[in-house]
Design a protein around this ligand. Sequence first.
Ligand code: FAD
Length: 293
Amino acid sequence: MSDAPAPDGSSARIADLIADGPTLSVEFFPPKTDEGAEQLDRTVDELDPVGLSFVSVTYGAGGSTRDRTRDLVVRLNAERDYPAMAHLTCVGSTRAELAALLDDYDANGVHDILALAGDPPVDGSPAGGDFTYALELVELVRGRGSQFSVGVAAHPELHPRSTDRAADRDHLAEKLRAADFGVTQFFFDPADFTTMVDELAERGCTTPVLPGVMPLSNPAGVERMAAMSGATFPADLAARVEAAEGADRDRVVVDATVELCRTLLDAGAPGIHLYCLNRSPIVLAVAEALGLR
Ligand code: FAD
């Protein structure tokens, strides 16, 4: 892992860190309550010894956490010695709104953006705004200057709205070519990741893609998320987690997570992005076992 300064003298961009990988990073979400904010502050402190490569902060559907995401990203980026990446969605927003937010990030030293489409309204009403696909947001960020590094989402098991595998991979390859790196939706079978990487390579796309790995600490919650994101739910592993108690339960979760991460790194993944749900214990145990601290 590198902490070399970027050419502009600021801390390194995530694209550079991935090039020097393997990286270890985590995703946070902006807390809604004071208790949640205190929990996240504790987690951030507890993760300090890991020497994370970077963190990312989610953006609520339709911009519902716009200010909380922005404030958390700016604060983490300023206070910690790793970059914080802002997730940003474009569906339902105007070009002017997002340009203003990007300029605000720029002015506050935040230069890592995960450019996402976001989901259209669940009731089927028109999303409005100036954007349809994430690629258009990548282009908007690129237009704000070369100080930004841009990541995009990838779905190893296809995006849930994709009806055609080849078309899904064609659109993903085109988007990744315009970006610096990708981060995947969670998955539990490493073959889903390696097959996606092969399919991208067949299209001449070699942009690095970080696997997003979800420890199965909360099987019921992950089952709900998997249903929404089109990921296959690992029923056998969930049954083993449910059958274990206390420290044994954590051990089952950590062992399964470490095994998946090792397989992915051995297969050439440029790093691991952990969905940590604002908690530290599993990340600490996984980082220790992987020797990525
Ligand atoms: P796109 O890349 O635009 O793809 C969406 C669909 O459109 C796909 O089916 C694709 O094949 C298709 N498509 C793309 N281009 C074309 C084209 N030219 N013609 C026809 N079809 C096309 N959501 C949030 O609201 N907040 C978050 O913080 C957030 N973080 C995420 C982080 C990660 C790592 C991932 C994997 C997802 C995240 N999401 C988040 C979810 C994401 O917003 C949704 O999956 C959304 O439905 C699609 O976003 P996308 O960026 O993948 O879209």
